[in-house]
Design a protein around this ligand. Structure first.
Ligand code: HEC
Ligand code: HEC
Ligand code: HEC
Ligand code: HEC
Ligand code: HEC
Length: 223
């Protein structure tokens, strides 16, 4: 036996095993990075919220009420023209009709019980902007921006679903070039409305008529 061999036999593990700790650390680190990335990327709002369609405690249908029955959005979302929030209607609003309409259907019985005991229905919020971003409905609705631009054909939805990302770049895309998103103010809640004139001409005309010039500086939405 040479010195060299004695030297070698001191190593219980083969030489490549020196790299094992590095590989393990790499794998764990990589795995961790992957997990962080997946959570950060896929679960961050702009990548999951489009298509978000939570089940609601009562199967209230916009397709039926706003579409077929033609009830105006503002009948229920009463603050949409005057405040930052559109607001969700209290049970009283439903009871204007459902004291009589379908009063023996199981869903309406649930509604009636909530009304009798003064318990609000726990509707699941669909659209959410983070607290650090400021949004105001009235500023948009009173500038001729239709609900359609941001919420899609709600009047055709059985269950409300988010159709736009509500991300910062989405907000800014319109703020930079609003003309094609503006319609006559009295048509903002008429989601099936189509212009009778050339849409491009109309947009330009209304932007001037309504003095529309949306801001893009950070403090507009982050205050
Ligand atoms: C009869 C009352 C009523 C009318 C009319 C109505 N809504 Fe609603 N809306 C509700 C209720 C109740 C909810 C909460 C339950 C749900 O999300 O379906 C809601 C939820 C919504 C939401 C989702 C809110 C969230 O959680 O992010 C949007 C957007 C919306 N409505 C838009 C509209 C638009 C646009 C119209 C007109 C085309 C309209 N609504 C007409 C009662 C109404
Ligand atoms: C410029 C885009 C835009 C327009 C136009 C718009 N919305 Fe919204 N809406 C939003 C955003 C963004 C939210 C989420 C706000 C939040 O998280 O506080 C929202 C939330 C809502 C909600 C949930 C309650 C609330 O106020 O947070 C309702 C109801 C609603 N919108 C109804 C309407 C109706 C009805 C119209 C038309 C009359 C309309 N919206 C027009 C962007 C818009
Ligand atoms: C302007 C009148 C009116 C208002 C306000 C109204 N509804 Fe209705 N609702 C109706 C009519 C009409 C029907 C359809 C009845 C039928 O199918 O014959 C209906 C049907 C329904 C149904 C289906 C019932 C079933 O079993 O078939 C539900 C659930 C419902 N409404 C919930 C609500 C809720 C929740 C609200 C308040 C946010 C509301 N409605 C506000 C008129 C109204
Ligand atoms: C489809 C077009 C459109 C989209 C999308 C949109 N905006 Fe606007 N926004 C406007 C218009 C038009 C005005 C009115 C500007 C005026 O009157 O000069 C406005 C005004 C505002 C104002 C009032 C301050 C001002 O510029 O005068 C705020 C705050 C605002 N928007 C925030 C947002 C946020 C936050 C989002 C995204 C969640 C958003 N907007 C998405 C078109 C849009
Ligand atoms: C028209 C409205 C609007 C303006 C103007 C705006 N932001 Fe935002 N910003 C938003 C909204 C809405 C979000 C939330 C986006 C989300 O939920 O994904 C946001 C998110 C952010 C975030 C969080 C990271 C991200 O991208 O989601 C940062 C940082 C930010 N904004 C910085 C800025 C800076 C800096 C400016 C000025 C150059 C600015 N914003 C101008 C609407 C705006």
């Amino acid at each position: 036996m040479t010195d060299n061999n004695t030297e070698k036999s001191r190593y219980i593990f083969p030489e490549w095993s020196n790299y094992v700790p590095m590989i393990v650390v790499g794998l764990i680190g990589g795995g961790l990075m992957t997990i962080i990335f997946v959570f950060w990327f896929w679960l961050s709002p702009k990548h999951t919220d489009v298509g978000y369609e939570p089940e609601q405690p009562i199967p209230y249908s916009h397709r039926l009420h706003a579409g077929e029955l033609g009830i105006d959005c503002r009948y229920c979302h009463t603050q949409v023209e005057t405040g930052a929030h559109a607001t969700i209607p209290p049970v009283e609003t439903c009871m204007n009709c459902h004291k009589i309409v379908k009063k023996d259907s199981p869903h309406i019985i649930k509604l009636r019980e909530a009304f009798a005991t003064d318990t609000p229905i726990e509707w699941v919020k669909v659209h959410n902007t983070p607290d650090y971003a400021y949004f105001d409905h009235s500023r948009h609705v009173n500038s001729g921006v239709s609900c359609l631009e941001c919420h899609g054909r709600i009047d055709q939805m059985e269950v409300v679903r988010q159709v736009e990302p509500l991300s910062m770049s989405w907000c800014l895309d319109c703020h930079r070039d609003p003309a094609k998103h503006i319609r006559p103010k009295d048509k903002v809640t008429d989601l099936s409305w189509k212009p009778s004139e050339d849409p491009e001409e109309m947009g330009k005309r209304l932007v001037e008529l309504y003095h529309i010039n949306p801001r893009e500086d950070c403090s507009t939405c982050h205050r």
